[in-house]
Design a protein around this ligand. Structure first.
Ligand code: ADP
Ligand code: MG
Length: 697
């Protein structure tokens, strides 16, 4: 050990006592590079080794820790291709069998511990003639050395995530050595805050989260670390928000009464109160001399499009252009149809930029936008961002479910002035994710469905019930409705997916609905073909649309009243909810039929949840719980931060508190310039890097 070395949190792990070059390589696999990283590498669970359960008192089904002498070890060949390693421990009260499958080398490993004390953890099962644990976690503690007394027994013991080649005892020893440097971690939170929230001092928290004195101290210690992580993130978001709010924008003149009257005349329906409220919020933003940064959330079918139209109307009324970016071409086409029809009486020209345009048509559309004759531009994200020049862009609307990054925002900047930005989410987002992903935006929520909507009835059917399902579909079509059939997801390749869709359409045309009009839509079709099929379905010239998930987001054909989803358990919850949102868009009773025979519990759970609720926010929360944020959003590209200790599902309440506290602090000291906030300011700057929140745009 380098005795005179002075440690900092940046010190490389190899200099930590007990590590060295070789182990440092292993730690790197766990993303542990510095002493600071080690301190935040939390145990995945703990064992109370101050008292062990007596084998005689073990209960089948329960996970417990035992300590006993390892008495016998043996390999048993069961079949030609199966070896069992069996061992017994004896603690004086009884014997417990330990079993490993097809790991014959375990015998040698265990033999080294024979006649010694070992600690064993796992779920107890009843075997033929006694109690047993399959592939237990275990540690040899048998030499009675002082180190064991100190670290591995007679205390609450941390169990760490490991990597191949690094054993639990070694890891624990390293962590113990690292913790001796816990005093290096500065306490950066304001003292008054810690007192008010009764937060544990940071050094104590680090100490206790690794080597707790009592079980009850673990959670408060962990929460102290989680709070700090959330708090720094929210301070960063708060600072970013302040910056956005100071940016120079376009103060539009909004005559709300006049605009509302006009909208009233144009819209084919009465606005809901929620729509009216949200429109007023948006107009108020647009009247300020700073750019709007607003997120519009609303469940599928809640009527976000007309809200977007209201914002566009106000911009155009001020002689500013507006742009809508949609996630798919199909959706861009649909927005075009709706807005073109809506705005025609006002003489507002709407430009559509999609792949099916000829180069000449596209050049002309771009020219009209650049000259300012085309007031509204609609396209996919890519098309609009690819250097389309606007004469006077005043409003950008993003209809999508992913984060709209700072860089893209900067790309919209027009002659030093930011246009107003409205982000509409296609899927409800759980509140925790809203605060993380869109924390710098203002939020409007459409919490009311248009009148007369009947909740979609959702049924889960087994594949063998398909004929009955088709009979139901036929009945609805005879009543004048239309249907979607969504093909199974095939991940191997796009090509297979397309073939499956074609086969499904063929089968339905020939064998099931020979007398009905069946159309097909998939991602490999040319844009013009896609549009032609959508148009036919919209016009009622098709009864059934067989489709892949290309219709997942946003597609609006109100006469469609049933959607059949094949292999439904292979889709994610949020995705199923989106697909279901294609129906139930009119006063007709609509149905969603999930066909699937899920083998695993999680698949069953998903289908069950869907049959139980239509509430997109509940479903989104559940999705987050089942899959975790990384799965749903993909970490990096979406701007989803990766947390060291926090868990967005478990720690939801702490996130709310951290946000309140962070914003409260910024009210008192907007730029964290007070001397006592200096360490905090620096920590926020460092954390930015980790949370991928860019403050500079
Ligand atoms: P979202 O984008 O929120 O999923 P849309 O804007 O596509 O929803 O609207 C869904 C359907 O409801 C559309 O057919 C739309 O014309 C209709 N709609 C929207 N608002 C109302 C309303 N206030 N009253 C009746 N129908 C409405
Ligand atoms: Mg929509």
């Amino acid at each position: 050990m380098a005795g005179a070395r002075s440690y900092t949190l940046e010190t490389e792990v190899k200099y930590v006592k007990g590590v060295g070059e070789k182990v440092a390589q292993l730690l790197m696999k766990l993303n542990l590079y510095t002493l600071g990283d080690l301190l935040y590498h939390l145990p995945r669970r703990y064992e109370d080794r101050t008292q062990f359960r007596k084998i005689r008192h073990a209960r089948p089904g329960e996970a417990a820790t035992f300590a006993g002498k390892l008495v016998t070890v043996d390999n048993i060949k069961v079949r030609t291709n199966m070896t069992l390693t069996k061992a017994f421990i004896d603690d004086g009260s009884g014997a417990l069998e330990l079993v490993w499958y097809n790991q014959p080398y375990m015998k040698d490993v265990l033999l080294r511990a024979r006649d010694r004390m070992i600690v064993v953890y796992g779920v107890v099962k009843e075997s033929g003639w006694g109690l047993q644990i399959e592939t237990p976690e275990w540690e040899d503690i048998g030499d009675g050395a002082e180190l064991n007394e100190l670290l591995h027994v007679n205390r609450i013991v941390p169990i760490y995530p490991l990597t191949e080649g690094l054993g639990q005892k070694r890891m624990r020893q390293i962590m113990y050595n690292a913790i001796q440097h816990a005093h290096l971690v500065p306490d950066i939170l304001p003292r008054t805050l810690c007192e008010r929230l009764r937060l544990m001092p940071i050094q104590q928290a680090i100490q206790q989260v690794h080597f707790p004195d009592r079980m009850e101290l673990i959670e408060p210690a962990r929460q102290r670390l989680v709070f700090e992580e959330f708090f720094l993130m929210q301070l960063g978001i708060g600072l970013q928000r302040q910056q956005l709010m100071q940016e120079r924008g376009i103060a539009m003149h909004i005559d709300a009464d006049r605009l509302m009257t006009r909208l009233h005349q144009l819209a084919p329906f009465e606005l809901t109160n929620a729509q009216k409220r949200v429109i007023q919020e948006i107009w108020a933003d647009m009247a300020r001399p700073h750019p709007m940064n607003r997120l519009l959330q609303g469940d599928v079918g809640s009527g976000k499009t007309i809200v977007a139209a209201a914002a566009i109307m106000a911009a155009v009324d001020n002689q500013y252009q507006a742009a809508i970016m949609a996630p798919t071409e199909i959706l861009a086409e649909q927005h075009y149809l709706v807005l073109h029809r809506l705005f025609q009486p006002l003489g507002i020209t709407v430009e559509l930029l999609v792949g099916r345009l000829t180069p000449r048509q596209r050049a002309q559309a771009r020219e009209r936008i650049a000259s300012g004759r085309g007031m509204v531009a609609i396209g996919t994200h890519a098309l609009i961002q690819e250097g389309v020049e606007f004469a006077r862009l005043g409003l950008a609307i993003i209809d999508e479910q992913h984060r709209f990054g700072v860089l893209q925002r900067a790309a919209l900047r027009d002659k030093g002035v930011m246009p107003h930005v409205l982000v509409m989410t296609a899927t409800p987002i759980p509140r925790t994710l809203t605060l993380t992903l869109y924390g710098e935006l203002d939020v409007s929520i459409l919490d009311e469905m248009p009148p007369g909507r009947k909740p979609v009835k959702t049924h889960w059917k087994l594949p063998e019930e398909r004929l009955k399902v088709y009979a139901g579909v036929r009945q609805l079509i005879e009543q004048g409705r239309q249907a979607y059939v969504i093909c199974p997801l095939i991940d191997e390749s796009d090509k297979l997916q397309v073939r499956a869709a074609e086969e499904m359409a063929e089968h339905l045309r020939k064998d099931v609905f020979p007398d009905l009009r069946v159309g097909l839509l998939h991602g490999r079709m040319k844009p013009a073909e896609k549009e032609a099929v959508m148009e036919a379905f919209r016009a009622g010239e098709l009864d059934i649309l067989v489709s892949t998930t290309v219709i997942e987001v946003g597609v609006d054909v109100p006469n469609a009243a049933v959607i059949v989803i094949e292999d439904a358990d292979r889709f994610g919850l949020a995705q199923l909810h989106q697909l279901r949102g294609r129906v139930g868009r009119s006063e007709h009773q609509s149905y969603c039929v999930l066909i699937g025979n899920p083998k695993n519990e999680e698949g069953q759970r998903r289908l069950e949840i869907l049959t139980r609720t239509n509430n997109g926010f509940l479903i989104a929360e559940e999705d987050l719980r089942l899959r975790g944020p990384g799965e749903i959003y993909g970490t990096r590209q979406s701007g989803m931060p990766s947390f060291r200790v926090a868990d967005l599902v478990k720690d939801m309440r702490l996130l709310e508190i951290a946000r309140q506290e962070a914003f409260r602090l910024l009210e008192q000291d907007p730029e964290l310039r007070r001397p006592e906030h200096q360490p905090l300011r620096e920590a926020v700057a460092r954390a930015h890097h980790r949370f991928a929140i860019a403050t500079v745009s």
